[in-house]
Unconditional design. Structure first.
Length: 287
């Protein structure tokens, strides 16, 4: 039984309990992070903790811990885990309080950390790509906050599941925003197109890694609004996230993307991403 952290205690997952009056349960009033861990080394931990801080500020919730306290708690969960590679999930809610929309006077944040095994996407999916569907992005206007209130994302992602696909690619007012649980890149004529960070998408940690790798490899990048028509006419589409790394989307709404196979720019990016991860695993770089 994996060890989890809850409000100051380390205990088996089965024994962790929160109040039914927790505002996370009642209102979805909280934020979260998912941090990939390779060989028991958290990947881009500082960046995840910085995004957590931004999310907390976005919902006007005080950060219950210093950076060092977060690191200590996360590393203890990582050390206790039975896997070498894992995803660390953490969430902070506005805590238990009598049900009332307005913030409680007495604030006791609920802090929860757990780990679950992380396996890189299977080779077949990397080599063949995955399918995606498109949908109108009907979420709120603060998609930059990593809120635990994920109902719109859940409903949107289910559209992909219903179609036997991996992801739903979201379009708002004629432009690409992101995936239901990932960031999306397009490639046209060898140029990587990425929507600019804004309130309409989550600033992905993997998104940043992919742009850094592209620039390091001399792959041309344009960070600018990407029109729906460009998504549909792309030579390649990629999705990125901490748990899926970078994957090629080879069918969109039932039609092939480009030639319907992972393209050359994807293959270069995927290979470079693996090298990047391994550099971290060898501990040669605090990547
Ligand atoms: N957008 C959304 C809506 C997500 O849920 C996620 C990952 N959970 C991402 C983008 C990718 O973010 P990251 O690379 O930090 O995992």
């Amino acid at each position: 039984m994996p060890l989890v952290y809850l409000n100051g205690d380390y205990l088996p997952l089965e024994e962790a309990r929160v109040s039914v009056l927790d505002r996370g349960f009642v209102f979805g009033d909280g934020v979260y992070e998912v941090i990939p861990v390779y060989d028991r080394r958290p990947f881009r931990l500082a960046e995840h903790l910085a995004r957590l801080q931004a999310s907390l500020e976005g919902i006007r919730l005080a950060n219950p811990h210093t950076r060092a306290e977060w690191e200590g708690r996360i590393l203890r969960i990582v050390e206790a885990a039975e896997w070498e590679d894992m995803g660390v999930y953490l969430q902070v809610t506005r805590g238990p309080a009598p049900r009332d929309h307005a913030f409680p006077k007495q604030l006791r944040q609920t802090v929860f950390i757990m780990a679950s095994p992380l396996t890189a996407p299977p080779r077949a999916l990397v080599e063949e790509g995955v399918c995606a569907v498109t949908a109108a992005d009907n979420r709120w206007l603060r998609c930059d906050i990593k809120a635990i209130a994920l109902l719109p994302n859940v409903l949107l992602r289910q559209l992909a599941a219903d179609a036997g696909c991996a992801e739903t690619i979201l379009i708002r007012d004629g432009y690409l925003t992101e995936g239901a649980a990932s960031n999306i890149f397009a490639v046209k004529d060898g140029v990587v197109l990425a929507p600019p960070k804004s309130n309409l998408m989550l600033p992905g940690i993997t998104y940043d890694v992919v742009l850094e790798i592209a620039r390091g490899q001399g792959i041309p990048v344009e960070v600018r609004p990407v029109a729906e028509a460009e998504v549909r006419a792309a030579d390649e589409l990629w999705l990125t996230s901490s748990t899926k790394e970078v994957m090629a989307v080879t069918r969109l709404d039932g039609r092939p993307v480009g030639e319907g196979r992972p393209g050359p720019v994807f293959r270069a990016m995927h290979a470079a991403y693996q090298v990047f991860k391994h550099t971290v695993m060898r501990g040669k770089a605090q990547a």
